[in-house]
Design a protein around this ligand. Structure first.
Ligand code: KG4
Ligand code: ZN
Length: 333
């Protein structure tokens, strides 16, 4: 039979991950080794520490993915690996592991864009229907991507400054919450009924985003309260911040979905794990009558299964990398 079995590897940021994907849509195994614990005391990702962690874990993670799948390397069709964007030192560890494995077992390598991976996480849970609009919101990205067919990506809007997840993580620091801050702000936001009033950056009717003004507004609010000797209520600050982010993301996504008359809307990336955002998008698209999907939480944050899903589609249309592949930290979608 003509089965495609892909070993996928992801090391672009702070998760060391490997996965086996069958025929582009079925997760056979999915291993993620997180370094959130070793990074959290620095309040963010330290590139040197990320690289060292990847070096320590990569072989074990790949072996476990094969063992969980009960597969021999010779049964595989190809190795897919995140080529960019990301931290160059971190990317190179995954890429070198992929190349060494591919060389040892006579397999082709396929280089995958990290954001294509986040979008294709959806292919693991339901059929992608085109034209499709993807809201990609992560620690490094905030983009609206239009897909007219498999493998075709058009960025119709993006952030002009901070990514949504970056704003979450910075506001979390102001509130003395641990890294990564997104889940903590999400939890606090649900504990307040009324939030502090913060601005929304609409940027006229473009599909671009801006979160640095909102971030500054939160910092200024805290500063002014401190100066007046007043205590802030973290729940209300979290709710005010989250309401602003969610309203802008939802409104622009709905506007773009209408304009491009898409058949399906998906959310992707770490911030799409946000409960407030998921609920808001679900309600908005229910009203619009457009199917909306978001992958389960473990496929929203960084993982290799999503890289395997995107890599499978690329492999099936004949994409083959070679052993000269390099890390591409600023890779374009
Ligand atoms: O996709 P991801 O795991 O890594 C990148 O490619 O950046 O996204 C990580 C980001 C972090 O900024 C984190 O704070 C945010 O996703 N995040 C959340 C939530 N869970 C993770 N942001 C808001 N609400 C959440 N529940
Ligand atoms: Zn990511």
């Amino acid at each position: 039979e003509n089965e495609t079995l892909i070993l996928a590897i992801e090391t672009s940021c702070d998760e060391t991950a490997a996965s086996i994907i069958r025929n582009g849509t079925e997760i056979v195994s999915n291993v993620v080794s997180s370094q959130i614990d070793s990074q959290s005391r620095f309040g963010g990702v330290v590139p040197e520490i990320a690289s060292r962690h990847h070096v320590e874990k990569i072989t074990l993670v790949i072996e476990k993915a094969l063992k969980d799948a009960n597969l021999e390397p010779k049964e595989l069709s190809a190795v897919a690996v995140t080529e960019g964007p990301g931290l160059v030192g971190a990317l190179l560890i995954g890429i070198n592991a992929a190349k060494a494995f591919a060389f040892a077992h006579g397999l082709p390598v396929v280089g995958v864009h990290h954001i294509a991976g986040h979008i294709y996480a959806n292919a693991l849970v339901q059929k992608m229907d085109f034209p499709l609009l993807a809201l990609v919101v992560s620690g490094g990205h905030t983009e609206l991507v239009l897909m007219k067919e498999h493998g075709h990506f058009e960025v119709i809007g993006e952030t002009r400054d901070d990514a949504a997840g970056e704003a979450y993580d910075k506001v979390a620091r102001v509130l003395n919450l641990p890294y990564p801050g997104g889940p903590h702000i999400d939890r606090l936001a649900h504990q307040a009924s009324v939030g502090v009033e913060f601005p929304r950056a609409w940027l006229d009717d473009s599909y671009d985003f801006s979160f640095s003004g909102l971030k500054s507004a939160v910092i200024n609010y805290k500063h002014n309260m401190d100066q007046r000797g007043e205590e802030i209520v973290p729940e209300k600050v979290a709710k005010g911040f989250q309401d602003s982010v969610v309203e802008v993301l939802t409104t622009k996504t709905v506007g773009a979905a209408r304009k491009y008359q898409v058949k399906q809307v998906i959310a992707a990336g770490g911030v799409s794990a946000n409960k407030g955002l998921r609920t808001s998008l679900e309600q908005a698209f229910e009203k619009e009558g457009i199917p909306f999907y978001v992958p389960p939480l473990n496929l929203c944050t960084d993982n290799a299964a999503m890289i395997g899903a995107a890599g499978s589609f690329m492999y099936n249309v004949g994409v083959r990398g070679n052993l000269s592949m390099n890390g591409n930290p600023g890779m374009e979608l």
